[in-house]
Design a protein around this ligand. Structure first.
Ligand SMILES: Cc1cc2nc3c(=O)[nH]c(=O)nc-3n(C[C@H](O)[C@H](O)[C@H](O)COP(=O)(O)OP(=O)(O)OC[C@H]3O[C@@H](n4cnc5c(N)ncnc54)[C@H](O)[C@@H]3O)c2cc1C
Length: 430
């Protein structure tokens, strides 16, 4: 039986990053994924500027960067735009097939052992090790296991069980997101999305909670929609014919009408893929004896935009840094593993909560917020940075409170508190 210091279950951005930093410290790491790399993953492929924190990312942009975004347009349900132009990139575009594979290559280059095409079947935590069973019958021992298997990860389920937490996310804390990518050519992209590679979002498209997006890569458009699963379930219950794929196809028609999608490209249902995004602000406990969870497995995604890539990488790095300390102490009991939980919580736990506040405000009073966001350049900048995930909690809190105090949102805010919902006009493309 082979022994590793750490076994990482899942080699997505979270797992590959944890493996990269652990291997860099000299730890013996097994990075296990059920898929063979390169593999595709449903995603918009947008990176917020916090990604600049990672030296191995910014010094290797050429390995995977598709485009730098210098202009963002966010439309409200009544199609009022917040059109923000920036002098420096505030959003980066990658494609997951290449990005994820590159992160795995970085981990392997540092010495991690990649075991691909084989799923982790189960694991047992003992007093002196963790025994992990793979689907091919192989058993691997390690001092610690990291769960990085995405939204329904097996290590997170074990922690939920031990901590008496609900075994899965509530429907309102999971977004269902669908997307497709299509080659449109550089000439189209330069002409329509410009060298500044506009990133676009339509808030509450057809008045449903959530948003649609169109992200411009080098020569490829990435278009999608995301909506809380609770809403989708209700829509289907009320109207069994309602279907999220058609919703995305309707969105494509709107983009065509607005001139943001080539009229001659037909999008078919077969081109559409989807997945779940955990937007519940992180699990209340993310560690146990000899185990911890990172990335989507821990629920680390912006509840406002559904962006999880930065948090996936950062939680992977924080996990590696925490484990470096714990390996020196030789103690992996839950109480010591809390070092990791407290570290991510201190760094961006508050941000996740304030982004949820932002999400709630945007869903109950989208037109008012968009209207105020479009008022001046400073508010546009604030709004766009908040939406793409680069605004710290303290600034979101101060801005929202200042807007309410100034009277800007007072009417809408009080109406909502008093149960009078904003009147959202019907969808129109004017
Ligand atoms: C449609 C859509 C659009 C999105 N758009 C964006 C965006 O634009 N920007 C952004 O920042 N975020 C976006 N996200 C969220 C982002 O995709 C996730 O937050 C991110 O992928 C999380 O990375 P991860 O490494 O935690 O998990 P994943 O990327 O899901 O990787 C998990 C890995 O674990 C493996 N695995 C699972 N179970 C096992 C097992 N038992 N054994 C072995 N391996 C296993 C899987 O094969 C997979 O490779 C989007 C999500 C969706 C669904």
């Amino acid at each position: 039986m082979s022994h590793y210091d750490v076994l990482v279950e899942g080699a997505g951005p979270a797992g590959a990053t944890a493996a990269y930093y652990l291997a860099k410290q000299g730890k013996k790491v097994a990075l296990v994924d059920r898929a063979n790399f390169p593999r595709e993953k449903a995603c918009g492929g947008g990176l917020c500027v916090h990604i600049e924190e990672f030296d191995h990312i910014i010094s290797n942009w050429d390995d995977f960067l598709e485009s730098r975004c210098l202009r963002g347009i966010v439309y409200g349900p009544d199609f009022t735009p917040v059109d923000y132009v920036s002098e420096k990139p505030f959003f980066y575009n990658i494609r997951r097939l290449k990005f994820d594979n590159t992160l795995v290559e970085y981990a392997v280059a540092e010495g991690a052992t990649l075991i691909e095409g084989i799923a982790v079947k189960s694991f047992e935590v003992n007093s002196d090790n963790v025994v992990t069973k793979l689907r091919n019958g192989e058993e691997i021992t390690s001092d610690v296991i990291i769960g990085a298997g995405g939204s329904f990860d097996m290590v997170s389920r074990r922690i939920r069980d031990i901590e008496n937490m609900p075994m899965k996310w509530r429907d309102e804390d999971i977004a269902t997101a669908l997307y497709f990518e299509v080659e449109v050519g550089r000439e189209y992209m330069d002409r329509v999305y410009g060298k500044e590679r506009v990133s676009m979002a339509h808030i509450k498209y057809q008045n449903l909670d959530g948003y649609g997006w169109s992200f411009s890569k080098d020569t490829v458009l990435n278009v999608g929609i995301g909506c809380p699963r609770s809403i989708i379930k209700k829509l289907k219950k009320d109207n069994p014919k309602w279907d999220e794929r058609q919703y995305l196809l309707d969105y494509v028609d709107t983009l065509k009408e607005q001139g943001w999608f080539p009229k001659d490209i037909e999008v078919t249902r077969k081109m559409i893929a989807g997945s779940n995004i955990p937007v519940g602000m992180g699990m209340k406990c993310t560690v146990g004896d000899r185990m911890l969870v990172i990335g989507d497995a821990g629920g680390f995604v912006s509840p406002l935009s559904g962006e999880g890539l930065y948090y996936a990488l950062d939680s992977g790095r924080i996990a590696a840094e925490s484990l470096d300390v714990l390996f020196k102490e030789g103690n992996f009991e839950k109480q010591s593993m809390m070092l990791y939980h407290n570290a991510w919580s201190d760094k961006w736990g508050d941000d996740l909560e304030w982004l949820k506040v932002g999400w709630n405000l945007l869903m109950v009073m989208p037109n008012s917020l968009i209207k105020y966001a479009a008022l001046d350049e400073e508010t546009k900048e604030f709004f766009t940075h908040m939406f793409v995930g680069s605004m710290p909690a303290s600034k979101i809190k101060n801005k929202v409170l200042a807007l309410i105090a100034k009277g800007a949102l007072k009417h809408d805010f009080l109406s909502h508190v008093m149960g009078k919902h904003e009147k959202v006009p019907p969808v129109s493309n004017k």
